[in-house]
Design a binder for this molecule. Structure first.
Ligand code: HEC
Length: 172
């Protein structure tokens, strides 16, 4: 009982003590300024280092699509045999299920004139890796927002099939 009282008195004495504790006193109650230094940034306030964290990929994407999607340089053939091969692939690979070859929409956009509105590398990337295009390429993202169906990869071989498909699309 007396001990408790003594303790309480002791605390009171500490609290009332006029002389401020030395700055390096580990038990000192921190001043509001000291407390502020430990505050986390307020909600919605970006930490100082944030601007450089902007995803570089977004910024770097030009009309050919993201360079991270690797493609081989392609000169589009106008050889009728190559175009015929592409036409057969367009059916055989299931593109016909979602694309018309005029300007009208089916599940995806009509593909007539696609190579006048998009570059060859962009079309190569879209056919080979639609998943990555839909995540990274601003034009592909916009198409997805309009069509609401993500184009699935059709397992097109980049060497033996892609050039013929692109030749066919260019002929439309
Ligand atoms: C399941 C449906 C589906 C299949 C199969 C499909 N696509 Fe697509 N395609 C789409 C959709 C939908 C888009 C628009 C982007 C999106 O929403 O993913 C698109 C976009 C495209 C574009 C860009 C069109 C533009 O206007 O820029 C090209 C080129 C394309 N597809 C070619 C093909 C080829 C070639 C095949 C076959 C190897 C194929 N697609 C198979 C649904 C499909």
């Amino acid at each position: 009982m007396y001990r408790t009282l003594a303790f309480a008195l002791g605390l009171a004495a500490l609290g009332c003590s006029k002389s401020a504790p030395p700055a390096d006193d580990p038990l000192a109650i921190p001043s509001p300024e000291e407390l502020a230094a430990y505050q986390l940034p307020a909600k919605g306030t970006a930490p100082a280092a944030a601007p450089e964290a902007a995803p570089a990929a977004e910024v770097a994407v030009g009309p050919d699509g993201p360079e991270s999607i690797t493609i081989a340089p392609l000169t589009v053939s106008d050889d009728p045999a190559e175009i015929e091969k592409g036409k057969a692939l367009f059916a055989g690979k299931g593109c016909v299920a979602c694309h018309r070859i005029d300007e009208t929409k089916l599940v995806g956009p009509g593909l007539k004139g696609v190579l006048s509105r998009r570059s060859v590398p962009w079309v190569q990337r879209m056919i080979l890796n639609p998943d990555a295009m839909l995540k990274q390429d601003p034009v592909a993202k916009k198409l997805l927002a309009e069509h609401l169906t993500p184009m699935p990869a059709q397992g097109v071989d980049p060497q033996t099939e892609l050039p013929a498909l692109v030749a066919y699309l260019k002929s439309l």
